[in-house]
Design a binder for this molecule. Structure first.
Ligand SMILES: C[S@@+](CC[C@H](N)C(=O)[O-])C[C@H]1O[C@@H](n2cnc3c(N)ncnc32)[C@H](O)[C@@H]1O
Length: 557
């Protein structure tokens, strides 16, 4: 219990790399008030608008004291901290203070006014946009320099003067009083930041890069602007109008979610987007009449998650990942990919680590069928492609036999992903006219394969699960006539920022990996094409960030 509460605090704390001594004081006061039940008090503070103090406090704890270390160590493996906790704050009719009267202050004032805040600007003089707003009665102007008493009663403060020392002083005074403060262009002095916003009210999308790059945030916002049609605002209004009726119609939360999924991804939404609001209302009425409130039979989505890089997911995979209410996954699914599934979905880990299966295959098959029969939409998420050494066929075999609806979404298999990211084309007119995917899984110390066929020239061999059996693979290929000088590559944790590629020949690979053996998952590629890597390698895993094409995947067998 306590542990999960600390975890929650760690989430609140994020990983901000900030030094804010002036914000530590309220944190210390908070500690005294908290006693042992940190989480309940944290929630109270949250609802009392002191989120950012708490966040800074936790950051300080994490950095400054053993308790903080304990918080960090209680973060479950694989959870990455956020620099800031995104929240949406209700500032309607609430007093917000802006210090500064220039162009930048004007932009902040405009945002606050759009959210309905009661804004006071303190500045000896105002730039033109603020003078206009003042003339329209949109704000209160204190025509002088900042005084500490201006902070009285403020819900939040923005310091936006051109004088960094003034801004810092405002931040310190606000921090000492536990008032969240944003200092323009001085992230290190801010306890909150204001994101770039795509406003389709009531739908609002906020984009932040922390303090890293406002330009990048704006760029992202521009991109999102183009993919989120203006109609989303109208769709949000429709949801608000029907909310209570839908709730009354479907007592069960799962039924409600299904209903909304259908409405928001179907004809109703399309009518809203095209501006046919009356027709949308008519379609909504039909949906409300027609929809069955009973959960009925669910379904299973057998989805390939690719080799590790979340950018390699398909659109359909992503859509279904966000629809399913139960996620059944195994060790090859990268944590960042798992994070892209629905937040409130139940997660079931079924293992499949070599010699450490959390659940036997038959039990997994049974589980999928049972969950679907209970009415769940079940995401069976598998590394790579579910039909390539993934036992996906066996799983849907059971479903088919029991009449459970399912669909299969292919994923990029490790061979394609690893080869591409290692700069090794699997076929090439000059070197390999075919490619063969084989399992290097050992049975009783041997690998039961058609070696004479695998030893044929002008082909590429890809061994999945070939790490343990590598000595057998090397021995058998040479014994069946393949040149000991044949190039070979071992790709470890391909497509992620942990990717490592070992290359050599059949003759020397075992010796060259002996001192620093590759770890699973590793793919083995044998063939002339491996030599092309010298000029075609493009992916510098070590130089890449931990996002997108650089995501680590869980080590396993
Ligand atoms: C049980 S198979 C699953 C294959 C998966 N269905 C696919 O299509 O990629 C597991 C093996 O795939 C290979 N593999 C999967 N992901 C990998 C990755 N990111 N890097 C290297 N090898 C990987 C390893 O050889 C691992 O032992």
């Amino acid at each position: 219990m306590i542990r999960s509460r600390y975890d929650a605090l760690c989430h609140l704390g994020g990983g901000a790399d900030v030094q804010k001594p002036h914000l530590l004081a309220p944190g210390k006061a908070l500690l005294q008030g908290l006693g042992i039940d940190l989480f309940d008090h944290a929630q109270t503070y949250l609802s009392n608008k002191y989120l950012s103090i708490l966040r800074c406090f936790v950051i300080r704890l994490k950095r400054a004291c053993p308790f903080g270390t304990a918080l960090r160590s209680h973060l479950p493996l694989g959870i990455q901290t956020m620099q800031y906790l995104p929240i949406f704050l209700d500032v309607r009719h609430k007093p917000c203070l802006v210090v500064g009267g220039g162009e930048v202050a004007a932009r902040k004032v405009a945002n606050l006014l759009r959210a309905g805040a009661a804004v006071t600007v303190v500045a000896p003089e105002l730039a033109e946009p603020l003078r206009r707003t003042l003339a329209e009665g949109g704000l209160v102007h204190l025509e002088r320099t900042f005084q500490e008493a201006d902070l009285d009663g403020a819900l939040l403060v923005v310091a936006a003067t051109a004088d960094r020392a003034v801004n810092r002083r405002v931040a310190e005074l606000a921090g000492a009083r536990g008032i969240p403060v944003n200092v323009v262009d001085q992230g290190e002095d801010s306890s909150f930041i204001m994101p770039s916003v795509i406003d389709r009210s009531p739908v609002v999308v906020a984009v932040s890069t922390g303090t890293a790059s406002p330009v990048l945030a704006r760029l992202l916002r521009t991109r999102l602007e183009s993919v989120i049609p203006a109609g989303y605002g109208r769709l949000g209004e429709l949801c608000a109008r029907y909310r209570d009726r839908v709730k009354a119609r479907f007592a069960d939360q799962r039924d409600r979610r299904r209903f909304w999924d259908r409405v928001l991804q179907g004809g109703v939404a399309e009518r809203v987007f095209s501006g046919h609001l009356d027709e949308a209302d008519a379609a909504m009425a039909v949906e409300l009449d027609a929809a069955s409130p009973s959960a009925g039979m669910g379904e299973v989505y057998l989805v390939g998650a690719g080799p590790g890089d979340p950018d390699l997911l398909t659109f359909r995979a992503l859509r279904l990942m966000q629809q399913a209410d139960v996620v059944v996954y195994d060790r090859l699914v990268a944590e960042p990919i798992l994070e892209m599934t629905r937040r409130d979905a139940r997660r079931v880990y079924v293992g499949k680590e070599r010699n450490n299966h959390a659940m036997r295959q038959e039990e997994i098959n049974r589980l999928l069928a049972d969950l679907a029969k209970e009415g769940h939409r079940v995401l069976r998420l598998k590394g790579g492609d579910p039909f390539i050494f993934g036992r996906g066929g066996e799983e849907i075999d059971t479903l088919a036999a029991e009449g459970v609806p399912f669909q299969v979404v292919p994923g990029i298999t490790a061979a394609s992903g690893c080869a591409a990211y290692a700069g090794i084309p699997l076929t090439h007119r000059d070197y390999a006219q075919s490619v063969t995917f084989v399992t290097g899984h050992l049975k009783d110390g041997t690998i039961d394969l058609n070696w004479p066929q695998l030893a044929q020239p002008h082909q590429t061999l890809v061994f999945y699960m070939g790490l343990i059996g590598l000595p057998v693979i090397v021995r058998e290929l040479i014994a069946h006539g393949v040149s000991p000088q044949m190039p070979i590559a071992l790709v470890q944790q391909g497509t992620t920022h942990m990717q490592r590629v070992y290359t050599g020949t059949l003759a020397n690979i075992l010796a060259s990996v002996e001192r620093d053996p590759p770890k699973p998952p590793t793919l083995v590629i044998v063939g002339e094409v491996v030599s092309l890597r010298d000029k075609l390698n493009w992916f510098n895993a070590l130089g890449a960030s931990t996002q997108g094409a650089t995501t680590p995947i869980a080590p396993g067998s």
